[in-house]
Write a protein that binds this ligand. Structure first.
Ligand code: AMP
Length: 178
């Protein structure tokens, strides 16, 4: 854990209370994205944390998982794969539906994006309850590929997402934990 970088991330992310509903402390990364020097430092740390895992593809979860996910894949010289919300991808897809606090959500990935030999890192901007990242990992797993780990910019430890994900893979990298 890079303590200095963690503090810089926390100083840069804006906390918005009661968004999108009462009781939620929303971590707004738009303020961090306006600091290119810090974004570069974040990316460098992600490269260091991921590069020895034998990863062959980076999967990013819509939509904030696309921001650093695609940049990371480029730095590593690896393909980037989008996991999108239902109805957005144009080609043949595989689908996973998972439970939310109220109701359910569906995510999709192109059928030919991942093959059984791939070793995949699943990235999103933030780990809360872990439902989204777990669903993305299940989607990847259904192709026969290995999920070698998860990568998050921010981790809300009080929501116990690590326990949810740990059942599938214990390699959970996060740069700033609240
Ligand atoms: P979860 O499935 O509960 O781990 O939620 C993760 C997804 O919801 C991520 O894509 C986050 O971007 C978003 N999210 C959940 N909680 C927050 C929060 N407090 N602040 C910002 N984004 C959040």
């Amino acid at each position: 854990m890079n303590v200095n970088l963690e503090q810089r991330i926390k100083d840069s992310v804006r906390n918005v209370p009661d968004f999108p509903k009462k009781g939620i402390q929303f971590k707004d990364i738009t303020t961090l994205l306006m600091n290119p020097e810090l974004c570069n430092a974040v990316l460098e740390e992600m490269v260091v944390q991921v590069k020895h895992s034998g990863v062959t593809k980076v999967v990013g979860v819509e939509s904030r998982g696309f921001l650093f996910g695609q940049a990371l894949a480029m730095r590593l010289g690896l393909p980037f794969v989008m996991v999108r919300k239902a109805g957005k991808l144009p080609y043949k897809k595989i689908t996973n539906t998972y439970a939310l606090e109220y109701g359910e959500a569906t995510i999709e990935m192109h059928k030919d994006a991942i093959n059984p030999n791939d070793r995949v890192i699943v990235h999103d901007d933030l780990l809360a309850t872990g439902g989204t990242a777990k669903a993305a990992a299940e989607l990847v797993g259904s192709t026969g590929a290995d999920v070698v780990g998860y990568l998050f910019l921010i981790h809300l430890s009080y929501l116990n997402g690590q326990d949810e994900l740990g059942t599938m893979n214990e390699n959970i990298i996060k740069l700033a934990t609240y």
